[in-house]
Design a binder for this molecule. Sequence first.
Ligand SMILES: [Zn+2]
Length: 232
Amino acid sequence: MEDTRFTTVADDSEQLLNVVEIDHIDDVETLLMALFGRRFAVIDHLADSTAESAFLEVFIYANDEAVGCTVDFPLSVVQLVRECADIADDLGPYGDDVPATGDVVRIADLDDSALISALHDALGRVRIYNLLEDDDDVVVTELIQEPEHVPYDVPRGTCRSCGSGDVTHILAGMPVYPCPVVDYPEWAHHVGCSYPGYVRECESCGEQWSLNGDDQRFEQFLAELPADTEGQ
Ligand SMILES: [Zn+2]
């Protein structure tokens, strides 16, 4: 009998979890990691006053960046995987080119019945890992082969005002999350996707500045906002 769990379209995450018989949205994240062999982050957004319908926010990791996308409900697991497969394909291989075991399978190449079968296997692995171990780090290590860690190789620079070397790098936008394989120094601060208007801050004199004229463009952007959204 055909396994319909992965093709059943759900109206929201609760329904999706019920259909696939898993407990938590984190298991969807683990399922994607098991299937793709790369790191994912999945955030659940329920329908509320700001969103017309429920959606998932999915981050797909490459070796030194993460690409985020939103996937709207109604949604099936197969539809979710198809959306991710296109992005994963663009990002290229994750980790070493050749995994320790098994063949490299391009998810985008699988037809629906092969994909459902792969999802069936991946879900089995998720269940086993959930039974074995609750520690996320262990699950990640077992399911995917992470790329080698790389240093954060952007020069720290000096303050344009006082010349101090105590400069903080403000990391906004992509990668939205700290990339798990980059070893960030303590002077690199992730601020998510809210660009504060500068990318460097001096710890000695408080000077804040941007590179390549970004601050002027940001000022321009603020100046062009409609008056009633100013300051939000
Ligand atoms: Zn300074």
